[in-house]
Every structure is written in C-alpha cells, then in structure tokens.
Design a protein around this ligand. Structure first.
Ligand code: GUN
Length: 296
C-alpha cells in the first residue's frame, strides 16, 4: 500500500484564504481589524524565525501585527506590565508570548497573566480547563491543525482508535482531549510506555509528537492507518542538515493509508491555526458569529 500524502502546505493555504475572507468581512461590516500581538524575549534564533514568519503571515491575511521584541534581561515585572497593556488594548485580539522564555522568567506565571479570551495559543490554565471539560476554549494551534486535517480526510472520527505518542502540554495532552471530543477511543503513550510498538499498531489514527527523530517505524503502523507526524527534528545525514519527523517516513508510508510529510505536513498548519484563532477571538470579543470550520 502507498499512503495518501496529506498536504499540510496546501491545506494551510486554504485556511489562510478563509481567514483572509473573514478578516475582510469583519473590516467591511464591523469596521474592526483583528490584531495579533507577538512578544519575543531574547534572541533565540529559532524563535526569531518563527516570530518573523508569524508577523508576515498576519499582515498577509489583512490583520494588524504588533511585534514586541524585548531584551533577554527584561524583568518579569516589565513583561507582566506589557501583557497588562496588551490585555487592555482593544486593537489587540490575540496575544502570543513566544516560548521558550529566558530561564529567569516564570513561563507559567507569564502565560497565565494573558487574558484567556486573547490567549490564541490556548496555553492559559482557563483554556486548558475549558478544553478538558468540553467547553468552548481557545485551542492550541498545532493540535487544532492536526484535527482539521483528520476531519478533512475522514469526516467523522467517531469510534476510531487514536494513539497519541507524546504527553506535552502544547501538543500531546490537548490533542488527546480533541480526539476524545471527536468520540475516538484515545490512548496517550510516551517515550517510557511499555510495548509502545504494539500499542501503536492498534491505532486507526496515530499522532507522533514525542520529539525523537524517526522513532515510529513502519512495522509500528496498522495497515491503512492515518499517521500524523508532529515532529520537527534536525539531523545530520550525508554531511547535510535535514528535517525529519518523529516517524520513519519511508517505512511508514508503505503501510499507512494516509500520512503527513515532514516538512510540509503539520508544520505549516500551526501558524495558519494561530491566524484562525485570532479571528475567532476577535469575533467572540465582539459577540459576532465565529467562523465555521476554523475552530474545534
Ligand atoms: N514555541 C514553539 N512553538 C510555540 C507555540 O506554538 N507557541 C508559543 N507561544 N511558543 C512556541
């Protein structure tokens, strides 16, 4: 069997086009331009690339982008004061504090100081609780992107066996909650799970978000299963740096029914879903109907 390749790059372009259409309608009908504020503390090179990409795509869909680049030595009090200003600013509908933060800053405290209604990352404890209890939440972008691709491919996911490998707060745990919300039977596994290969082989939907290059092999995949690879790992191969996922693509693609590649799978969906969350936050703040198909 050769798997259908789920094209995240093309899907993300469709999501951005939908977001742009909603933004245009909001500006025309309500005179409101959704705005996203991104806060970057320090000079982490990967974070700088992400933040630049977020700013560019925000502007491309017609939203306002507010970038706050702060020195690595910024105090917690100054960062909290900036977030308080952004919470109170009516032109800002979404706030994202880029992680990781420098070690002297308490990331949990900082994230929990964001107004939950503007928490477009879905990391605030209130949003985590809302998602966990099946209530309307801001949903973390990467798992939201995975869910959109799964719904698009399968329609209903009800009754399917889903295995999520990885238990992070950013991906693994919210992904499991979302799949439970779709009436899947969900197993959360991780790097220390016993008989991991055996558990993965039971999955109709296998989500790999464990951060280990090419850990999931083809013989861990049930024939015909859908494999979603969240991993982005840099490896040295033949003297070159290459990006690989948490799934051994070549062997898995020969067994799976559908699979996301790396790069070009889940990755592009994350920023697209950040833009979608910002429009959703804007609509909710104005009491307007929120876009269909862009939320969980
Ligand atoms: N750093 C890496 N990924 C993310 C993300 O999704 N959100 C934030 N805020 N920081 C990140």
């Amino acid at each position: 069997m050769t798997a259908t390749v789920i094209d995240g790059k093309a899907f993300a372009a469709r999501v951005r086009a939908e977001v742009a259409a909603h933004v245009a309608r909001l500006r025309e009908e309500s005179g409101v331009q959704p705005g996203l504020a991104v806060v970057l503390v320090g000079e982490d090179p990967a974070s700088q690339v992400y933040v630049a990409s977020k700013g560019k795509q925000t502007v491309e869909v017609g939203m306002a982008s507010f970038e706050h680049r702060l020195d690595a030595s910024t105090s917690e009090a100054d960062l909290l004061a900036l977030i308080a200003r952004l919470n109170a600013d009516p032109s800002v509908h979404g706030i994202l504090v880029q992680l990781p933060l420098p070690a002297h800053l308490n990331a949990e405290l900082v994230i929990n100081s964001i107004d939950p209604a503007k928490d477009v990352d879905g990391f605030h404890i209130s949003n985590v609780g809302l998602l966990g209890t099946g209530q309307k939440a801001m949903v973390p972008c990467t798992p939201l992107g995975c869910l959109m691709m799964l719904r698009d491919h399968h329609g209903s996911l009800a009754g399917m066996n889903a295995v999520v490998v990885g238990r992070s707060n950013i991906v693994g745990k919210p992904m499991a909650q979302l799949l439970l919300g779709e009436s899947c039977t969900v197993t959360i596994a991780h790097s220390r799970t016993r008989d991991l290969a055996e558990i993965c082989r039971r999955a109709d939907i296998l989500v790999a978000a464990v951060g280990r290059p090419e850990m999931v092999k083809g013989d861990w995949v049930k024939p015909g299963a859908t494999v979603i690879d969240v991993g982005i790992n840099r490896v040295e191969r033949d003297g070159k740096t290459r990006l690989v996922g948490d799934v051994d693509y070549a062997s898995a693609a020969s067994v799976a029914g559908a699979i996301t590649p790396v790069p070009g799978g889940v990755g592009p969906m994350t920023i697209a879903c950040l833009l979608a969350n910002t429009v959703t936050a804007c609509c909710r703040s104005l009491g307007l109907a929120e876009p269909q198909g862009l939320t969980a």
